[in-house]
Write a protein that binds this ligand. Structure first.
Ligand code: ATP
Length: 428
């Protein structure tokens, strides 16, 4: 193509029950539209004829049940049509869940029967967990339900920044470009992208989130009947496996969908057979799921932080503010000895308390850190509080004791309590 000219266009015809798998170019976005027929992107129907723009690097599929023609720019990294997909088995799961939601809705006064399906999606990294969660949520929302999406994946979560677990009601099929709306998610800050850093804290936050949702469900028969879809981490061995069992238990999951791993499936079937109301279902992984190496994952995390402050298309204008050191109180959770060595019996080793609030001194080390702003009003509420949002530290002026930070909007922070983990960002 001539420099500066727009890329050539092409049309792709899709037979029924096939999908067009696309990896958008690393440097340029992709424009495409549905020319005729019907098609969906991860469970959300494409609007007819409207042009859609997908950001660089995005990987996705356009699936059609009955046939469709797509018109698109011919500038992708890769695109190809596949006619072998596990979509029928996925939509069959959806149908079973629909049946359970309807049954739940029909008995609003019975506290057990009124609970819709609680689905948890598990499997190794790059097995398509987030994608399947998304499809199940979008198909349910299309049918008028408001299921709750719970994302326990602190590495590549899709509700908010990495390092967090979060939940959000899904009221509409998820936008294929924008993803989950960031309006009012319930977010807990873990602060790291792997649970090994502080597994006890991870468990406590999962429990906290589950309890809040339980309370919300109690007062809201509509969301109770719609149930939830829980996405998990791809870490499934050792500690990862223990945390999966913990999540299944804590959220009282009733359906466990296992993607792409026989061994995990049979292990879960085995331990869960004593719970007759839990179904463990093995599902095939889609051949379209793209493996992402650690470099790609790191850049995806960084991209999400950029998006939080600047928007998907640089459409947000974050606000830079200056605070005095004294105005902010920064903590990290865990680490540090429980008690000073002098206070311990002779010979005892100080142990790290995973739940201890450790005050953080403000110094140049905080530069480029992304901190969570707690909703806590008092210090003793911090551990159990969810968070309001994030700030990014851009300057520390030691002589003047001033800290400069970027926040999505100006004005006072909802709390002076900030949480620090290992989440950093460098503007590129
Ligand atoms: P992780 O555990 O690492 O978070 P995951 O199991 O949740 O991974 P997904 O995020 O669902 O995996 O999928 C990995 C990537 O593959 C995503 O970028 C997703 O958009 C893409 N993908 C999934 N299914 C398809 C498909 N059928 N065609 C093309 N791309 C796909």
């Amino acid at each position: 193509a001539v420099a500066g000219s727009s890329p050539a266009m092409k049309q792709v015809k899709l037979e029924k029950e096939s999908e067009l798998r696309i990896e958008v170019n690393v440097n340029s976005p992709l424009r495409l539209r549905l020319l005729n027929g019907t098609a969906e992107i991860f469970g959300t129907e494409m609007p007819p004829e409207n042009w859609l723009t997908f950001p660089p690097r995005m990987k996705f599929a356009i699936f059609t049940w009955y046939g469709a023609t797509i018109e698109m720019q011919d500038n992708t990294e890769t695109d190809y049509v596949a006619d072998e997909t596990p979509m029928i088995s996925y939509v069959n799961v959806h149908a079973v869940l629909e049946g359970r939601r309807n049954r739940a809705k029909a008995s609003p006064s019975d506290s057990d029967a009124s609970q819709g399906p609680r689905v948890i999606v598990v499997g190794p990294t790059d097995s398509g967990k987030s994608t399947l969660s998304r499809m199940l949520l979008s198909w349910a929302a299309k049918q008028g339900w408001k299921p709750t999406f719970v994302d326990l994946d602190i590495g590549q979560g899709s509700i908010t920044l990495p390092g967090c677990i979060a939940a959000s009601p899904i009221e509409m099929p998820i936008d294929p470009v924008e993803g989950i709306p960031l309006e009012m998610p319930l977010v807990y800050f873990f602060g790291h992208n792997t649970p090994t850093v502080n597994a006890d804290l991870y468990r406590v936050l999962v429990k906290e989130l589950a309890q809040i949702l339980e309370r919300q469900f109690a007062g809201n028969p509509e969301s109770r009947a719609a149930g939830m879809v829980i996405n998990t981490m791809g870490f499934i061995d050792g500690l990862g496996y223990d945390l999966l069992l913990h999540a299944i238990d804590t959220f009282q999951a009733t359906v466990v969908l296992v993607l792409g791993q026989e061994k995990l499936c049979s292990m879960l079937k085995d331990v869960l057979k004593r719970k007759p109301n839990v179904d463990v279902v093995k599902l095939q992984k889609s051949g379209g799921v793209v493996s992402r190496n650690s470099k790609f994952r790191a850049s995806a995390r960084s991209q999400r932080i950029r998006e939080y402050f600047y928007g998907l298309t640089n459409d947000l204008s974050p606000h830079s503010s200056i605070a005095n050191f004294n105005d902010l109180v920064i903590y990290k959770i865990g680490g540090g000895p429980q008690a000073p060595a002098s206070a311990l019996p002779i010979g005892a080793q100080p142990v790290a308390d995973p739940m201890r609030l450790v005050p953080v001194n403000i110094n140049r080390d905080l530069l480029n850190l992304v901190l969570a702003v707690s909703f806590a009003k008092e210090q003793d509420q911090i551990l159990s509080s969810n968070i309001a949002g994030f700030i990014w530290i851009t300057d520390i002026d030691i002589p003047r004791k001033k800290i400069t930070y970027l926040a999505p909007s100006g004005g006072e922070l909802p709390s002076k309590f900030l949480l620090m983990g290992s989440l950093t960002w460098i503007e590129t």
